[in-house]
Design a binder for this molecule. Structure first.
Ligand code: SIN
Length: 280
């Protein structure tokens, strides 16, 4: 494997690896190590069946089944489709999902460890994905801010996010709401494998800081989100068909960007790896 950095604070690219083939233990252990060290891995030029995508992602742990079941592939409900494409008059995937800074499924009591996103069809321009290191963002804060925010907690809300992001759609069903109640997580979390601290913020899903007045809460979240997503801590991935990106949701945020969805189609399959503990 050839490993090259993607940006100063986050990400490496691995070349010389074929994810459609079963990986030996040593190779997989090296991928895990690189993920813990750099939080984001890009592997280009892959040609994966749905089964191979699931098999690779499954090496990291149990896979999440998304609550929006209409956007899961058959026969692999572990793959959540992000797309503007329609087949037989129906959308095959969730369009405009994740067009805000977030960490995948942070609204669960036990949020996801990581994600493995595979580009099946990409527009020639636009639809880049931005990634940001929440560890680097935490490190760069001044001591006074660190001391102030360290004990704080935030409410993460899927129904709040859904209502904002998809206001023009059918609301969540009772069953979907029941499966995604609001949860409270620390604003600063500890990586369970490396012990490093990171900010745990985000737009839209992170509704408020517990115990602060609404204006103070909104101002603090806006300030931290602005800081955390500055270019200094970020990487922009320009997709090519066949790219696989793996990221660690415990210490990064990401955001998809718009594209000309009339002229072009985009089809991305995401396998989301279940977490193993509540954030602490
Ligand atoms: C996501 O938020 O997981 C999707 C990112 C993307 O579509 O680029």
């Amino acid at each position: 494997m050839d490993v090259t950095p993607l940006s100063p604070k986050i990400g490496v690219e691995i070349a010389g690896i074929d994810l459609s083939q079963p990986l030996d233990e040593a190779t997989f252990a090296e991928i895990r190590r690189l993920l813990n060290e750099h939080s984001l891995i890009a592997i280009r030029g892959q040609n994966l069946s749905e089964a191979e995508h699931v098999a690779f992602a499954r090496r990291f742990g149990q896979l999440q089944i998304h609550v929006l079941k209409q956007f899961l592939t058959t026969p692999y409900p572990e793959l959540y489709v992000l797309s503007n494409k329609r087949e037989a008059g129906k959308p095959i995937g969730n369009h405009k999902e994740g067009w805000n800074w977030h960490s995948d499924l942070s609204y669960l009591e036990v949020p996801c460890l990581g994600s493995v996103l595979y580009a099946r069809e990409v527009p020639p321009v636009g639809a880049d994905t931005l990634f940001s290191s929440m560890e680097a963002a935490w490190e760069a804060l001044d001591a006074e801010t660190k001391a102030k925010i360290r004990p704080l907690k935030c409410v993460h809300s899927y129904s709040g996010y859904y209502a904002k992001a998809f206001a023009d759609r059918t609301p969540l069903t009772e069953e979907q709401r029941a499966a995604t109640p609001d949860v409270v997580h620390p604003l600063v979390r500890t990586h369970p494998e490396t012990g490093r601290l990171s900010l745990y913020v985000g737009e839209d899903v992170v509704k408020e800081v517990v115990g602060l007045e609404p204006e103070e809460s909104a101002a603090l979240l806006a300030r931290l989100n602005r800081h955390a997503t500055s270019d200094e801590f970020s990487h922009r991935h320009v997709w090519r068909q066949g790219d696989v990106i793996i990221w660690d949701n415990r210490c990064t945020m990401h955001k998809a960007t718009p594209y000309d969805d009339v002229a072009y189609t985009r089809v991305m399959h995401r396998a989301t790896i279940c977490g193993t503990e509540r954030p602490f």
